[in-house]
Design a protein around this ligand. Sequence first.
Ligand code: MD3
Ligand code: FE
Length: 218
Amino acid sequence: MEDLFATLRCRTDLADGAVLLPGFAISCAEQLLEGIRHLALETPFRIMKTPGGRPLSVATTSCGDCGWYTDQKGYRYVRTDPLTGKPWPQMPDMFFELACTAAKEAGYPDFSPSSCLINRYEPGAKMGLHQDRDEDDLSSPIVSVSLGVPARFAFGGLLKTDPVQRHDLFHGDVVVWGGISRLAWHGVSPIRETFHPQTGAMRYNLTFRAINAALFQP
Ligand code: MD3
Ligand code: FE
């Protein structure tokens, strides 16, 4: 059994403002996965399309006061899940507490995420280089939690053409992306076909975000 406090000592700065907390979420991973299964009953994973009409390679869903959405109308945060016509499910308390504790550990004691985006990767799924700038709250960090099979993650600089560093994210790893790294270009290489006892072939990634509420759309 991995020890939470042992892993805390191994924190590393991946880049300016980006703090890796290896295994920080291991002790609550089963509860997170149970929470994801439960949320997906209310708001199913779906493959959204870019504004240009191309399907994402990952399946996504959200919880919290608003959820990230993309279709022909563009990238945005919406209060209502367009698939169900209902508000996104409430963020489970345990999800919220985990994100706040990780952010505090990384130096952000005031972090209070209003949304959690859940990405589900099957073998071969990937995420192209992008920046996360739909939140309009760039002073708050993004907290990411990786679950299941590992991913090779790439992150660069403020310009898309800046060189990238690659890093593996494993089950239970948490990264807090604050400061200048908040605007770094980043992406995920195609997921290898492999097995994790708690998720089978799948990888899940949760990203906790604070969003400027003035921007929420119905
Ligand atoms: C660096 N997710 O949902 S997590 C995303 O593994 C996203 O699903 C990836 O990029 C995934 O937007 C990467 C790590 C991550 C998340 C957000 C970031 C890195 C970040 C925001 C800014 C800079
Ligand atoms: Fe991202």
